[in-house]
Design a protein around this ligand. Structure first.
Ligand code: ADP
Ligand code: MG
Length: 684
């Protein structure tokens, strides 16, 4: 008995809609129940046309004097009508919805809700939602969930699907021990699921959220504690005694390692030479130079006759690591074989790679999670490293580890987590911190500007390009969207090609084929592309030291941590770098957040300021992106809950280590499902 039935079984969801849901990662009723809202909207009382505010969402009541007009313009279908009252006149416009003409008849009566803009033709509401007055009445003052959407699948459809899912769901037995629920004053599980979607008010929302956040931390920490159990009393079968080659490479590097890098390196080498199994996290801000530590460790393993593997979260990053290691080895005459394994390789290429791994012709293996596929068989895999660890789940880490006979484990992360939290979250790991940037860096120069600054920014980019430098321009969207007003990569590329004649402008986004992404990144790295317009896919790990400008459109839409990661793509070489954050909101509060980045380049400082601005329990602020595997929980703003959960988990396990007691049966099952799910995600 579960909620595993496909969403197609819900009313009104056919094959096509089900496919769109699948794009959002929702296949079953259970998935739908756990696809929490991104935010909530509360509906305001309607106002007169004269009271509407420009650039804000508002509602007016309208009696249509005449039917709507429909026309077609350059293939774009447009439906228009208008609402007038004593205070003014408002034009209503819909795109791509020709069928509305039949609904918007003369004499019909609706509430229209949407964003108001001032156009040449006067005050206009674009793409307004329309409600029958009696329906609007029921929505007034209630919190309406807003979900992640995809083209063709709007919020309304998702809301009604979730409503149905809540009706048909099988209620789950609450797996959290009653004592813990009582002690922490947590909502019952099924109640929490219902009210995270449809809270009557903010208090109810917070109550539901508190429970679900607790659960996310709880299951995560139980899983992590499980790893730790397995790791204990770790005598290693791989003791690394020879260090001549890695020593030689270390001495021949074109730069001197920073003190923090040296300290980290000696901690890592100490583990590898020491006879115990290494379980270590390297934490270091963007650009602090984590990669070279990984490379030296991999070489150490190779020169001792072992294999070493490095796993990266994206193909772009894996490829880049592969190339920089190969170049480094060639340059210094190091004859160790390095190979790349990624999902986009052909079956034949993969087979060849697997053979070279199994025969130990390959010493160092670099790749994406293709590295942990079942078919990959290693020979004396002594060291496994995961880069940008926060992008992986607990079980991915474990999977790569289980490929060898208890290999040494090194994970690297740029997420600035305070030590006390890191100890909780990575309880199974020792921690090294690289808290220093290489000395040859000039601090990045930042500015936060309005959209009127764009022309100057383009001239600036052209100037940098003339000096031989390169630029990134980040847009939040891939393509134009009816629902969201934000810059998109495709249109922006066209625009820049016009604005920057003579420069090569290309674009990158997550929906491109892996091969295409690789090609673009390679050309950008080689300098043949001068301006790269991209979504946040470049956020993780990419290293092109010749790029000196990072221009971020709609900077107000990103979380501070994400902006910091994006900015970390520049300032990686000797040249002065610049970060231009374009704030299109004109909203002073949002601007205040951006000023934090304007003032500082320090990831730890930014995270703490972010927390200060948002305050603990602030759930409406922009979340830190991609941190760990939590949907709702935020390790910073929910830090107090995290600490509490950590204590609760320890207490629980000290009483019932294997969760064998009958009252923990449901919990044990839930933990099993949790682990299974995170394994499943590996095969995406
Ligand atoms: P991250 O910690 O973000 O992964 P990388 O390892 O990609 O950073 O390093 C960023 C850049 O800094 C690379 O081009 C690398 O070669 C260079 N680098 C690393 N260590 C040093 C150093 N000690 N001095 C100068 N440059 C360095
Ligand atoms: Mg990196």
């Amino acid at each position: 008995m579960d909620n595993g039935q496909p969403v197609k079984t819900l009313k009104g969801i056919g094959e096509k809609t089900a496919e769109l849901f699948a794009r959002l990662g929702v296949e079953t009723v259970d998935d739908l129940l756990h696809a929490y809202p991104r935010g909530y909207d509360s509906f305001e009382e309607p106002c007169s046309v004269g009271e509407l505010k420009e650039d804000e969402v508002g509602t007016v009541e309208g009696f249509l004097r005449s039917g709507a007009a429909a026309r077609s313009f350059n293939g774009l279908s447009i439906v228009t009508t208008s609402v007038s009252d004593m205070t003014g006149h408002l034009k209503l416009v819909w795109y791509h919805m020709p069928y509305l003409k039949n609904t918007l008849k003369s004499g019909s009566h609706y509430m229209f809700r949407g964003r108001v803009t001032r156009k040449k033709s006067g005050l206009t509401m674009e793409q307004p939602q329309m409600y029958k007055p009696e329906v609007y009445e029921t929505l007034l003052h209630r919190m309406q969930p807003i979900y992640a959407q995809t083209k063709g699948l709007g919020n309304k459809t998702i809301v009604s699907a979730v409503e149905q899912a809540l009706k048909v769901r099988v209620l789950e037995r609450d797996y959290l021990p009653a004592a813990l629920r009582e002690k922490n004053e947590l909502a019952e599980y099924n109640f929490a699921i219902e009210h995270i979607h449809f809270p009557a008010d903010e208090t109810e929302l917070l109550f539901a959220r508190k429970r679900l956040v607790y659960d996310e931390f709880f299951l995560f920490l139980l899983a992590v504690r499980g790893l730790k159990e397995k790791r204990q009393e770790g005598k290693s079968g791989y003791v690394m005694e020879r260090a001549a080659l890695s020593g030689k490479l270390h001495d021949a590097l074109p730069y001197k390692l920073t003190t923090a890098q040296e300290r980290t390196l000696s901690e890592v080498f100490g583990d590898l030479k020491g006879g115990a199994v290494m379980n270590r996290l390297i934490q270091g801000d963007v650009g602090s130079g984590k990669t070279i530590i990984a490379v030296l460790a991999l070489l150490l393993a190779a020169e001792n006759g072992y294999q070493g593997a490095l796993m990266a979260p994206t193909e772009v990053l894996a490829k880049q690591h592969f190339e920089s290691v190969t170049d480094l080895f060639t340059e210094h005459g190091i004859e160790k074989n390095v190979i790349l394994v990624t999902g986009s390789m052909t079956a034949k290429e993969k087979r060849a790679a697997y053979e070279r791994i199994a025969s130990h012709e390959a010493d160092i293996i670099i790749g994406t999670h293709a590295l942990i596929q079942e078919k990959v068989v290693y020979d004396k895999l002594a060291l496994v490293i995961t880069d940008e660890q926060h992008r992986f789940g607990v079980s991915q880490r474990e999977m790569l580890g289980s490929k060898g006979e208890r290999p040494h484990i090194l994970v690297m992360s740029a997420t600035p987590i305070p030590r006390t939290l890191a100890i909780i979250l990575y309880g199974d790991l020792d921690i090294s911190v690289i808290d220093e940037l290489p000395a040859n860096r000039l601090p990045i120069k930042n500015c936060v500007v309005g959209t009127d600054y764009r022309e100057r920014a383009y001239r600036f980019i052209a100037g940098e390009a003339k000096k031989g430098r390169q630029a990134y321009v980040i847009c939040p969207m891939v393509e134009e969207s009816e629902m969201i007003e934000a810059e998109n990569v495709l249109d922006y590329t066209k625009l820049l090609r016009e604005k920057l004649p003579g420069l090569t402008v290309e674009y990158l986004h997550g929906k491109l084929k892996a091969k295409e992404k690789n090609r673009i990144m390679e050309e950008f790295a080689a300098g043949t592309i001068q301006v790269l317009v991209s979504t946040t896919v470049v956020e993780v790990g990419v290293n092109v030291p010749n790029a000196t400008v990072m221009m971020i459109e709609n900077a107000e839409r990103f979380g501070l941590a994400q902006l910091h990661q994006l900015r970390g793509r520049v300032g990686r070489g000797r040249e002065q770098s610049y970060c231009i954050m374009v704030d299109a909101s004109g909203d002073a509060d949002k601007n205040k957040r951006l000023q934090v980045l304007n003032r500082s380049n320090d990831g730890f400082f930014i995270a703490s300021e972010d927390l200060r601005l948002r305050g603990p329990g602030d759930i409406f602020g922009l979340r830190q992106s991609g941190d760990m595997e939590f949907k709702l929980a935020d390790i910073y703003t929910d830090a107090v809950t995290l600490k509490q959960v950590s204590e609760d988990v320890d207490a629980l396990l000290s009483e019932d280590e294997g969760l064998e007691r009958p009252e923990h049966e449901a919990l044990k099952r839930k933990l099993g499902q949790y682990l299974e799910r995170s394994y499943e995600r590996l095969n995406l």
